[in-house]
Design a binder for this molecule. Structure first.
Ligand SMILES: Nc1ncnc2c1ncn2[C@@H]1O[C@H](COP(=O)(O)OP(=O)(O)OP(=O)(O)O)[C@@H](O)[C@H]1O
Ligand SMILES: [Mg+2]
Length: 446
């Protein structure tokens, strides 16, 4: 017998409290008389004690102290963003940030929504305080060290080698080096050594003279000469063919280029920033990269840690990217639901910041309204440990139907749609009614 005994359904207030937590983080719902209607679990965690329903919120949050700016604001019907310091039952003192928004029903004040959070550390010297540097945001100590070295290296004319995974910010770093260097007023150019076939890469880099090969109908200066007195970013340097590596080395040593098919050396004054996603040292060991060139390029090596190694940056970048996306489209997101943020912080981000940006762009398109929820996120980001569960659950249902491929397909679509049946129906290409009927027939509808 596989009758599952369900726990009794939670009372509506409890459900409302859970919804509050999911959408808004730790928060309190309060009626017009300032009595607590629902209090999300996160508030109890912050206060160290549950907030009873019906309690006066001012008393629950502010305590009996005389100086109570939040209580005063609420009493006068004003929105407020302030802090309260409280002693917890366990003896610890907490400082909480409280943001209260009035809820209006028609024109009348019906109640309040209070967001409660631990106060943000604003001490700029704290090791994990957020910093913004040349368009890059981080609170990660290793990234801050990169910025420190970058700032110093930029001023000197030394070659810099940037290593980092795709989307980790190599291009931004190269640009920052240029912008902070004495060459900032000169040209900045970038070329991807992996994107062009070898012969084309050679003439793009060093130029060619008219008639040097079929199609060379005129002289071409090449990127080195075009970057004179500036900075040249050589992206994916490890992919450069070995013959060209020899030629590049010669250019760096003599500070002159000889265009393809030409014989005259032309003086160039170019600072090199190179980037690679793989270890150049390993490429040298494999024999695909010249050791002498590696030493020339990596005078100052910078290693950008992948996003999964600096999870603290996810929330920071999310906030920044949401602001950016708010400016770009129709949807305006004012909050990221805690569940969505948790999923974003859990995901390993093989494509780093670029992938994070793409995921949020997807969420902006897929979802609606001011709160970005888990259901808005791309399926791969949303995947959790619980994903194994549906298959296991299928085994102990009474009917065999729940384990059929169709049932599995429906379940997967529901997961991808975050439980939203309209969206799941769209994914499956059936109407909502059909989906509902099939779910009943397969005993999937709960
Ligand atoms: N620390 C950061 N703060 C804000 N935005 C960032 C940060 N790092 C990267 N980005 C953004 O992420 C995206 C990818 O960065 P970038 O192009 O510099 O990566 P990359 O390392 O050059 O990637 P690839 O190897 O694929 O060329 C860009 O939109 C960039 O603005
Ligand atoms: Mg790049």
């Amino acid at each position: 017998m596989a009758t599952t005994r369900r726990p009794p359904p939670p009372p509506p207030h409890r459900l409302a409290a859970l919804a509050l937590e999911s959408l808004a983080g730790p928060s309190l719902l309060v009626d017009g008389e300032l009595r607590v209607v629902a209090s999300s679990p996160g508030v109890a965690a912050l206060l160290g004690a549950p907030v009873p329903e019906g309690a006066l919120v001012t008393r629950a949050l502010c305590g009996p102290s005389v100086d109570r700016p939040i209580a005063a604001a609420l009493a006068s019907g004003r929105a407020v963003d302030g802090t309260v310091t409280r002693a917890r039952p366990d003896g610890a003192t907490v400082t909480l940030r409280v943001r209260a928004s009035p809820l209006r029903d028609g024109g009348a004040l019906a109640g309040w929504l209070l967001h409660v959070s631990a106060r943000e550390e604003t001490d700029g010297d704290a090791p994990d305080a957020p910093v913004r540097f040349q368009g890059m945001l981080t609170r990660d100590p290793a990234m801050k060290q990169v910025f420190h070295v970058l700032r110093r290296a930029a001023r000197r004319d030394v070659p810099v080698l940037v290593r980092g995974e795709t989307g980790a910010g190599k291009e931004l770093v190269a640009r920052a080096i240029h912008d902070l260097s004495p060459r900032a007023r000169g040209p900045y150019k970038a070329i991807n050594c992996a994107a062009l076939p070898p012969s084309l890469l050679e003439s793009e880099l060093f130029g060619h003279v008219k008639g040097s090969f079929t199609g060379a109908t005129r002289d071409h200066a090449g990127i080195f000469r075009a970057t004179d007195k500036g900075t040249l970013f050589l992206d994916e340097i490890a992919e450069m063919p070995v013959e060209l590596q020899a030629k590049l080395l010669r250019v760096l040593e003599t500070r002159t280029v000889i265009p393809v098919g030409g014989s005259e050396a032309v003086a160039v004054n170019v600072r090199i920033v190179a980037a690679t996603h793989q270890s150049l040292r390993r490429a040298v060991e494999r024999g695909t990269f010249r050791a002498d060139l590696m030493y020339r390029l990596r005078v100052v090596p910078l290693f950008l840690p992948p996003l999964r190694a600096r999870r603290g940056d996810v929330a920071l970048l999310v906030r920044h990217l949401v602001d950016e996306l708010n400016g770009a489209g129709e949807r305006h997101v004012t909050r990221v639901a805690p569940g969505a943020l948790a999923a974003l912080e859990r995901y390993p981000w093989p494509g780093n910041v670029r992938e994070l940006r793409n995921a949020l762009e997807y969420a902006f398109v897929i979802g609606e309204g001011p709160v970005l929820t888990e259901a808005d996120l791309p399926p791969e980001v949303n995947r959790t440990e619980l994903d194994e569960e549906p298959a296991a659950a299928a085994v102990d249902t009474d009917t065999g139907a729940a384990a059929t491929p169709e049932a599995q397909r429906i379940r997967r679509a529901l997961e991808r749609a975050g439980g939203n049946r309209t969206r799941a129906a769209k994914i499956l290409g059936v109407s909502r009614v059909t989906l509902w009927r099939r779910m009943r027939e397969l005993s999937l509808a709960g």
